[in-house]
Every structure is written in C-alpha cells, then in structure tokens.
Design a protein around this ligand. Structure first.
Ligand SMILES: [Zn+2]
Length: 295
C-alpha cells in the first residue's frame, strides 16, 4: 500500500500547513507491514527567522519524490503540535530549512524524548540557524550558524566515504553554495562524525581554517542525527535531481532510521492513522518508544 502525500505549495502569501492526502483508507485495517513503506518521515519546515521560500518548496517536492521512489512514507508540517503528535508514529524528523525559535518548551521536551528513545533527526542548511537557546538541540544539530560570505564555488572534500550520504561522491568536487561559518568549529566537537569539509583555500570568507565541516553525523542516546549545511542553491526539484544532493540527503535520512527490533518486529511504524487524524488516532502495531501509550 502506498500513501500519497503531497507537499503544500510554498509561497510568501500563504503559511504552509500540514498536508496529508490519503490514497487508500482501507489500509488502516491491515496490520502487516509487508507491503507498506519501510519507514516514515515527518518533514518540519517551521521558520521564525529567515525563510528559504524557494528552497523549502523545492525540498518538499524532492522529498516527496524520493519517498515515492525509495519506499518510505513522508508527510509535511510547519505546526509544532502536529510535529509532537506525529512523534509516536514516525521514524525520523527532517528539519527542512527551519530557523529561529520554533518549538515551545513542552514541545522541546517531547522532541528530546523522541530522539533519546531512538528517533532520527535530519537537519538541512538553516537547521543550524534554529533554536539557539535550546541546549539539547544544539548538541543534536552539532553546531550553530554564525554567518556566511557571498554565494560562490568552492571545493568540497569527502572525509568519510563510507557513509550512505557520501559514498556516491567523488573524493573532491566543486559546488556552488552559501558556505556557512559556525559559532564554534564543528571539527572540534568530538561527538561528531565529520562527513564533508569545504576547502577554505578555494573560496573567500571561510573562518574555520584547515578543517571546515559542512556535513556530519552523531548519536544522541538511542537516536541518530545527520546534518548538511548545504542546500541554499537548490531552489527547484530539478536542482536536486540533477546533482549529488538527492542521494546526499536520501542517504542522510536512511542513516538515521532506527534499526528493526530483534525478534521480527515490524521495521516501519505504521503511519496510517496519524495521517487521517494526527494526534487523535494512533497506528496499530508496536511502538518502540515508551511514551507511546496507544497501540
Ligand atoms: Zn541559506
């Protein structure tokens, strides 16, 4: 069975809201996961600061396409209450070009439990320009944005070629990007597995010297996180499809999905009932995290 989830059109005139288009309601009666998606992802694009309008729109289209072609479910929201309600149902949450203070303290606590209990986190570009006053989030995302020079070409070096988000890349490649500088150099954070670095000798405005990470991974409790600082120059789905970024982000998402439980527990968490009434109904089947009270 396949849920068809369409991203909400992005534009300055309208605030995007959750869009859940359900293709097959009868699937709710199915307990088995054998024919359903491997895993489910919620994409969160709330912004309280700068909003990357074109990039968010492109990213939602791209992630819907990747979900359809790579066997996972995806839904989209910019509402923190929808996010909190979905945490019991999804395997990972993508912060897609988020910015500013976007979660209330109660929602932050919900999200911490989700991560520590084994949930996945993916941050894209301005996810590091988000929630500066929430220490857990700072640890999770790995660094905070500081500033950036003008968009320009630079050479990126692959540091860890074994990761699903980098294994398709040439050892070094040139990319046009808004190169983030961070408040502290992520290279000095021992909790991070650095995946990509930008070579500061190939552009102007870098502030981190010999090692300037632009993508990394980490664990937090039982949860896993992946972040890429790239993404500013991907303003259409064609940009994603025609570049390394498609597999980069797909691999990042796949890398944070919780492993199936021993003993044959279903791999994907059923997303179905949440789609019909997020926060009011729960999918049947095993919930891996203890805070999930409904089966
Ligand atoms: Zn940007």
């Amino acid at each position: 069975m396949r849920w068809v989830i369409s991203p909400t059109p992005e534009g300055p005139a309208g605030r995007a809201r959750t869009t859940w288009l359900v293709a097959v309601a009868a699937a709710l009666l199915c307990a088995a996961h054998s024919a359903s998606a491997d895993f489910s992802v919620l994409v969160f694009d709330k912004t309280a600061g700068f909003r990357h309008f074109a990039q968010i729109s492109a990213g939602k289209t791209a992630l819907a396409r990747l979900a359809a072609t790579h066997g996972f479910d995806v839904a989209f929201t910019d509402d923190e209450n929808d996010l909190a309600a979905a945490l019991a149902e999804v395997d990972a949450v993508v912060f897609l070009f988020t910015s500013g203070d976007i979660l209330s303290p109660a929602r932050e606590a919900d999200f911490e439990q989700f991560i520590l209990g084994g949930g996945g986190f993916v941050g894209i570009h301005s996810a590091t320009d988000t929630e500066y006053d929430w220490p857990f989030y700072g640890e999770l995302v790995g660094a905070y944005f500081s500033n950036h020079p003008a968009i320009q070409d630079a050479t990126v070096h692959v540091v860890d070629a074994a990761h699903p988000s980098t294994s398709h890349l040439a050892p070094s490649f040139v990319h046009n990007e808004e190169w983030y500088n961070f408040a502290t150099n992520p290279a000095r954070n021992p909790g991070l597995d650095i995946l990509l670095e930008v070579d500061e000798s190939t552009y102007t405005g870098g502030e981190h010297g010999a090692s300037h990470p632009v993508a990394w991974a980490r664990t937090m409790g039982a949860g896993r996180a992946w972040y890429t600082a790239l993404g500013h120059t991907f303003t259409s789905d064609a940009d994603w499809q025609g570049s390394f970024f498609d597999q980069h982000v797909l691999g990042g998402i796949q890398s944070v999905i919780p492993a199936p439980e021993p003993g044959g527990a279903s791999l994907g968490r059923s997303f179905a009932l949440a789609i019909l009434g997020i926060g009011r109904a729960r999918a049947r089947g095993a919930n891996r995290r203890p805070r999930s009270s409904n089966g």
